[in-house]
Design a protein. Structure first.
Length: 335
């Protein structure tokens, strides 16, 4: 006789927002992203962002980032199906799933990406192009990747290269759990085209013990966003403000102004800027006062402060008016 089917408490409710803006003076947007699902057992929430390297030696990286996202979504669906099997199938243990997340999925993902890139080169390269070794072909498609899966049972995420996974916990703490121990030097970053790239994938593993303890906000961003801030604290301040604004106004208001804000952030970083976020509406705190919105990139140090933040506008009912951004410690990058 089969074991009884595992049941869950109330399913988390997620609202998503996303956008991507091409960097100033860029010939094309090298970023790619995708988001699908509700966070339920039958429709897991899957998010991914990728940033093609974009330099001359990575001439096909806009394709590499697309391959990375598409293949991650495929792998994530498979992982979610293992975590939340349908019918009377008994789910594997969390220890088995963690091992799969840390070792199996990264190896499968990198292998699939390399096969996809090499296959594309074989189909599309001309005889006039120089002969390249397989590693050199992969360099042409180089891309970073950040991806996440949320089900009623687990929250797992993966990162290779720069970009950020930001998590606002159920008690409001802003964390960046996949930040590297040491920052990359200059524009150098680990990549899907790196040798043995699967060994460089960082994994975040967080079983969901109860729906109430699920994260409040999960955000995936390319480094075009974080580079518009002078420090990590400025970026975290923005994420805390984003969580506050979502709690006060809901995702629809933030979603409406997100493209404008991303465009302004991209002007200051000079890079393609992409954000995909999921807000856990089931645990949204109630409160009559609307908090100030996210801090916005302020441009070169010493420049006059903008008249108003570039983030979502303050709600009409808010009183008093928000403090001018010049009253705050300047968290932004000097150009």
């Amino acid at each position: 006789m089969s074991e009884p089917v595992r049941t869950h408490g109330p399913l988390p409710l997620w609202d998503t927002l996303h956008g991507s803006v091409q960097g100033v003076n860029k010939t094309r947007n090298q970023d790619h992203y995708d988001v699908e699902g509700l966070g339920s057992a039958g429709q897991p929430l899957i998010m991914a962002v990728a940033d093609g390297h974009g330099s001359a030696v990575h001439a096909r990286s806009h394709l590499g980032s697309r391959f990375a996202v598409d293949l991650f979504v495929q792998q994530a669906r498979q992982f979610a199906a293992l975590a939340e099997p349908r019918g009377e199938l008994r789910p594997p243990s969390l220890a088995w799933l963690m091992n799969y997340a840390q070792y199996t999925l990264p190896r499968q993902l990198v292998s699939a990406w390399q096969e996809k890139a090499l296959g594309h080169w074989a189909r599309t390269s001309s005889h006039e192009e120089p002969a390249l070794s397989p590693p050199d072909k992969l360099v042409l498609y180089g891309s970073t990747l950040v991806g996440a899966v949320l089900t009623p049972r687990v929250f797992a995420a993966w990162q290779l290269g720069d970009g950020e996974l930001t998590v606002v916990t159920d008690d409001g703490q802003v964390t960046v759990p996949l930040a590297p121990d040491e920052a990359d030097l200059g524009d150098e970053t680990e990549s899907l085209c790196s040798p043995q790239a699967w060994l460089r994938v960082r994994t975040h593993w967080a079983p969901v013990t109860t729906p109430a303890r699920a994260p409040r906000l999960v955000s995936l961003t390319t480094d075009g966003l974080s580079k518009s801030f002078a420090s990590d604290s400025g970026f975290r301040q923005f994420m805390a403000g984003l969580d506050d604004r979502l709690s006060a106004e809901g995702a629809e208001c933030v979603r409406a102004v997100l493209p404008e804000w991303l465009a302004k952030a991209s002007q200051h970083s000079g890079d393609d800027t992409t954000l995909v976020a999921a807000w856990h509406t089931a645990t949204a705190p109630a409160g009559p006062a609307a908090p100030a919105g996210p801090a916005a990139p302020a441009g070169p140090a010493g420049a006059a402060a903008p008249a108003e933040p570039a983030g979502p506008p303050e709600p009409a009912a808010r009183t008093p008016e928000p403090a001018d951004i010049s009253d705050m410690t300047d968290p932004y990058r000097s150009e």
